[in-house]
Design a protein around this ligand. Structure first.
Ligand code: ATP
Length: 591
């Protein structure tokens, strides 16, 4: 995709408004260019003693007319362009956000939040500025210069005089060509260092609790300071070259004025041009300095924003990692079994496979337990079932259909996945639980909360289900957060439920109550329980034990206990722990 694509499409969609605004600004500047000519004629009439009160009134009214037209046309034109610029900002941010929602987990693990925020904020603003400022000032400048040159030519100012006076201004394009690319490169470094700083700030805020607990504030301050220093250095490098650029242009303007006064003044003394034409010429040259400086500004802004435009275009051109097949169909997963055959999978850029040759069948309505050491591939298997990453074709079938042939929406809306640390939004508890089904009644939300054993905690808050969470509200404990996220999964009541270590932060008694409720409620629905504690999955119809991406044992709880292997060892360790815990509880029971 060419780097101008985004801008080109936008300008094309708004070309009528752009054309109207440009016509207004152009007219304003053509009218404005009459004023030196008018002052020139006024000077000539003054010199010839032809001025009478009515003539002076006429001149005043004409100057007033020029001023009013310039203000009105120019003002409305600029307003329209500014408005379109803001609209571009809105549309592009929305487009970016829509695109972000289609990108996969692997994209987010490569790009930090700070970098993405920098795309949405700094880059979009920089392009918007180049649209608004660029069009306004370019039209102003080009029209004013063209009109001024034309007016000088028709005012009988000799062409050779105009050429000599304008000559210093013609050096400007060379300055731009020389310094422009340097400005662009340095601006890119500033944008990148800004992105890194936002990323670092985001990480520091997210980890502020850990930082405080470990009392490592000085290390964090130093780290953040380094990213701020980098911005300062990059910005100073940019400012040095931009300032040089900004200084050369007015200097060339001033130089042409010196030439005008010297050469024009000499020709006036020699009576080769009239005094009025000398006044008009000086005013025209003076009038052209500002537009030329504006052109410098515009070039600077546009060069800066080109880097942003390239970054945004590259991002928008990035295809969604998980693409839906052309012929993907919506499917109904009610009473559908899951079949995984020969599934091997490696994360992008990973050195080794996370899963090797997984074979598995879950009959409709049955419960599968998955247990295994940390890093053994349990979550990876769940992510592949949800197609967060693409499994090989034919490796995962639900209800006999390859999940790659289903629409992503039908797959993901019919599987409720509850991760170990479900993210809660800064809104009410009710909205958090009803996240997937915004239209759920309070009764349904309460029912899900009861199933997740969080109901009693919620109604103890003064605002109960309307309690605000997060920055603007209460902070829940780890176990409360986990159960609220569990309620969010249970309210979906979907054909397939995956609990990925979703009860790890609750005590054994609550865990037992939750598991019993789920067993009763989901009697005919497929459930996958991933856990580290045997107590959470011992009732499953089948349990698989994973180790280093492979299934190393499978069977019911009783069958697995009867075999030597990881499961029996885990059971022994966990049982010993609970007997020990019971032992310490018994003598002092009551506390
Ligand atoms: N996004 C990722 N990119 C690359 N490798 C990953 C990614 N996520 C997980 N892995 C790797 O894949 C392997 C399996 O990870 P997985 O999260 O599936 O383990 P798990 O059994 O669920 O662990 P836990 O019990 O700690 O949740 C690990 O070696 C892990 O480092």
């Amino acid at each position: 995709m060419s780097s101008e694509r985004l801008l080109f499409d936008f300008v094309r969609s708004k070309w009528r408004q752009f054309a109207f605004a440009i016509a207004l600004i152009a007219t304003a500047n053509i009218v404005q260019s009459y004023y030196p000519k008018l002052l020139g004629s006024f000077t000539d009439q003054l010199q010839r003693a032809e001025l009478t009160p009515p003539v002076i009134v006429d001149y005043s009214l004409m100057l007033l007319g020029i001023g009013v037209t310039f203000a009105l046309f120019g003002g409305v034109g600029q307003y329209i362009i500014m408005r379109i610029g803001r609209y571009f900002e809105f549309v592009t941010r929305k487009k970016l956000f829509d695109h972000f929602t289609q990108l996969s987990e692997s994209f987010y693990s490569q790009h930090g939040v700070g970098k993405l925020l920098s795309y949405v904020m700094n880059d979009v603003t920089s392009i918007r500025e180049s649209i608004s400022l660029g069009i306004n000032q370019t039209t102003n400048a080009v029209m004013l210069i063209a009109a001024a040159v034309t007016m000088m030519a028709i005012s009988a100012i000799p062409l050779y005089l105009i050429a000599v006076c304008i000559a210093p201004l013609l050096i400007i394009p060379f300055v731009v060509v020389k310094l422009g690319p340097v400005i662009r490169m340095r601006s890119l470094s500033v944008q990148e260092s800004l992105g890194k700083m936002t990323e670092s700030a985001e990480e520091q805020f997210a980890g502020i609790r850990v930082t405080k607990k470990f009392a490592v504030e000085p290390i964090m301050i130093r780290r953040f300071g380094e990213s701020v220093d980098r911005i300062r250095d990059n910005q100073l490098r940019l400012v040095r070259v931009s300032s040089l650029f900004q200084a050369i242009i007015p200097f060339l303007g001033a130089l042409s004025l010196v030439v005008t006064i010297a050469y024009g003044g000499y020709l006036t003394i020699e009576n080769r041009i009239t005094l009025g034409n000398f006044v008009a010429l000086t005013l025209y040259i003076r009038m052209m300095v500002n537009p030329l400086q504006q052109i410098g500004n515009v070039i600077n802004t546009v060069l800066r924003s080109r880097a942003s435009l390239e970054r945004i275009n590259d991002l928008l051109a990035r295809p969604a990692d998980i693409a839906e097949d052309e012929g993907a169909k919506p499917v109904n997963l009610d009473r559908s079994g899951i079949r995984v055959s020969g599934l091997s999978f490696a994360y992008p850029d990973a050195a080794k496979d996370a899963l090797h040759g997984i074979d598995l069948t879950i009959e409709p309505g049955k419960t599968l337990g998955i247990i295994g050491k940390t890093g053994s591939g349990k979550t990876t298997l769940a992510k592949l079932l949800l197609r967060i990453y693409d499994p090989p074709a034919g490796a995962i079938r639900i209800g006999g259909v390859d999940i790659r042939e289903m629409t992503l929406e039908s797959l993901r809306t019919q599987i409720a996945y509850v991760p170990q640390e479900g993210f809660l939004f800064s809104t009410t508890i009710r909205d958090n639980i009803a996240f997937y089904r915004r239209d759920s009644s309070l009764g349904e939300v309460e029912r899900a909360a009861k199933q997740a054993q969080i109901y009693a905690s919620i109604i103890a808050f003064p605002d109960q289900f309307e309690t605000m969470l997060g920055e603007r509200g209460v902070t829940l404990s780890g176990g409360q957060r986990q159960r609220t996220s569990l309620a969010r999964g249970l309210i979906k009541n979907s054909p397939i439920l995956i609990l990925d270590d979703s009860v790890s932060a609750v005590d054994a008694v609550t865990e037992k109550a939750i598991i019993e409720t789920i067993r009763a409620e989901r009697r005919n629905k497929t459930t996958i329980l991933i856990a580290h504690r045997i107590s959470a999955l011992q009732h499953a119809d089948e349990i698989i034990v994973m180790d280093e991406g492979r299934i190393v044992q499978r069977g019911t709880h009783q069958q697995l206990l009867a075999q030597p292997g990881i499961y029996a060892v885990l059971h022994a360790i966990q049982e010993e722990g609970s007997h020990y815990a019971e032992g310490i509880r018994t003598p002092g029971s009551g506390s």
